[in-house]
Write a protein that binds this ligand. Structure first.
Ligand code: ADP
Ligand code: MG
Length: 482
């Protein structure tokens, strides 16, 4: 039997605000336990939450970025459950009236054969909520500690419609979403710190069947690798179970990377009743159209638009453009380097080629590049105007990378990289090479094109790599034709 996989993702994105969503305590990561927890985070009696405007602004930004409806009125609810890291015994979240409704995300998915297709999925909603604290094991021997530094950090929970059809699509969506929240500046997206984590709802059904199968929800997947592996395991498990005459039981499961399997933590029967109700300590959240427009005016160009501009205005191929917009700092680097150039493709090739290769080899991010975007731009200006050739450009790039200097024109001078475009000098060099290599000339004349390249190589060597290669080619051809 052929099976169809159905997946919906719920993603928790930590919003990069200075303070928490309902208190003034710092939302920064990594401090000593409980030093970033104020009376509100500790749920001391008599404390009142006050909503963080910046968290709301970030939710609006997200809503606009995915072309969703930003609700003029939404409501905060209490979601009750008991857990040691949740001192109030309820989490403030949004239930019936979320701040962001609908919207869509587009992304590229790779087939197993390497070809790609574009997919767009609809989002159900995105709502604001607070994070819980953390249970800490291993600090006090034999006891569990509670660290409330994370309690109350702002989260945006983003929920998709069940429109994903494979683990590859789920991962491609999650990656696109991850890049988007960083691109629009609402989250640092740091997955190692748990600032972007997914719950995957997975079901299977025989191909052609209309109704969805029973789903399981795999919680807290904080890497794309685990997201993929957990879904793949779950799909195999469910198909195996149904094929043997069994039934999938709706349940919450956890993925165990050590054994590459998912394990049930609770079934729907004993799932919690959260007793949601509107939090009486908080007024409904009212967002005016003026505020929404203000936020819209402050939005950066969105990735899809940047992509179209790179392709249509700069003439960059789709594959290259996709690579250049895969990460906003990379896009910015490219745009800065290309700013002074007429032919932006030169910068695109350099950023994708030399720059990325060197960064990868040195395990550096684009933000840490020893050659700034402006410096690369200056190098490429000199390459474009014929002052230096490709080899010279590489030499200047390396020199700046190795901190041998930081001014492009000075380096071209001191390293003697000015290209020889003087026809007389090039002719003289070629004449010498031809006289010294009669055998190669013979070979070329008997039809061996390889010999031509060898003669070009000799000439370039004779000029210490500084001859204009195009001119060398042209003059050499003319002389050999005589
Ligand atoms: P809950 O609030 O109980 O988690 P929701 O109806 O809000 O349930 O759905 C949560 C997520 O599960 C959504 O992303 C949704 O698309 C997805 N989902 C719902 N039904 C299915 C199904 N049968 N198979 C896979 N995913 C599903
Ligand atoms: Mg859920």
């Amino acid at each position: 039997m052929e099976w169809e996989v159905v997946i919906g993702l719920e993603t928790h994105v930590q919003l990069s605000t200075k303070s928490k969503i309902f208190s003034g305590a710092s939302a920064s990561f990594g401090a000593e336990p409980n030093t970033h927890a104020c009376p509100i985070d500790l749920a001391l009696p008599g404390c009142l939450p006050v909503l963080n405007k910046s968290a709301v602004e970030k939710a609006i930004r997200f809503g606009l970025a995915i072309d969703a409806k930003v609700a003029n009125r939404s409501v905060f609810d209490r979601k009750h459950y008991f857990y040691p890291d949740l001192p109030k015994a309820y989490q403030i979240s949004q239930f019936e009236l979320p701040v962001v409704i609908g919207g869509r995300v587009s992304f590229q998915v790779e087939n197993p054969d390497g070809s790609t297709y574009q997919k767009t999925i609809n989002l159900t909603r995105a709502h604001l909520e607070e994070d819980a604290g953390k249970s800490v094991h291993g600090i006090v021997h034999g006891k569990t500690g509670i660290d409330l530094n994370r309690a109350g950090t702002p989260l945006l929970e983003i929920v998709t419609e069940p429109e994903l059809r494979s683990s590859a699509e789920a991962v491609a969506y999650a990656k696109a979403l991850h890049e988007l929240v960083m691109w629009i500046g609402v989250s640092d997206g740091d997955m190692q710190k748990g600032n972007f984590r997914c719950d995957a709802n997975v079901s299977v059904r025989p191909k052609g069947q209309k109704e969805f199968g029973t789903r399981c929800e795999i919680k807290n997947l904080n890497s794309f690798k685990f997201l993929q592996a957990a879904i793949d395991y779950e799909v195999r498990r469910q198909i195996g179970l149904i094929s043997e005459g069994g039934k999938v039981v709706q349940a919450t499961r956890l993925y165990d990377p050590d054994n590459d399997e998912t394990r049930e933590i609770r079934t729907k029967e004993d799932s919690m009743d959260y007793r949601y109700f509107p939090d009486p300590d908080l007024l409904p959240l009212e967002i005016s159209d003026e505020w929404i427009e203000e936020v819209r005016a402050s939005m950066p160009e969105l990735p899809e638009k940047t992509l179209a501009r790179l392709i249509n205005e700069y003439g960059i191929s789709e594959a290259d453009a996709l690579q250049l917009i895969s990460h906003r700092p990379l896009t910015e680097y490219f745009e800065k380097a290309a700013a002074k150039l007429k032919d932006k493709k030169i910068a695109a090739n350099w950023v994708k080629g030399e720059v990325m290769a060197q960064l990868n080899a040195a395990e550096l991010s684009i933000e840490e590049s020893p050659v700034s975007a402006e410096q690369l731009g200056d190098i490429l200006v000199r390459y474009s105007d014929g002052t230096i050739n490709q080899k010279g450009a590489r030499t200047v790039f390396s020199a700046i990378w190795e901190k041998k200097g930081d001014k492009v024109d000075e380096l071209i001078e001191t390293l003697g990289l000015k290209q020889i475009s003087d026809t007389g000098a090039i002719e003289a060099a070629i004449d010498a090479v031809l006289a010294a290599n009669p055998k190669m000339v013979e070979e070329f004349k008997s039809g061996k094109e390889k010999a031509f390249n060898a003669l070009v190589g000799q000439t370039m060597r004779a000029t210490k790599g500084k001859a204009n290669p195009a001119q060398v080619n042209e003059i050499l051809r003319a002389k050999l034709a005589q």
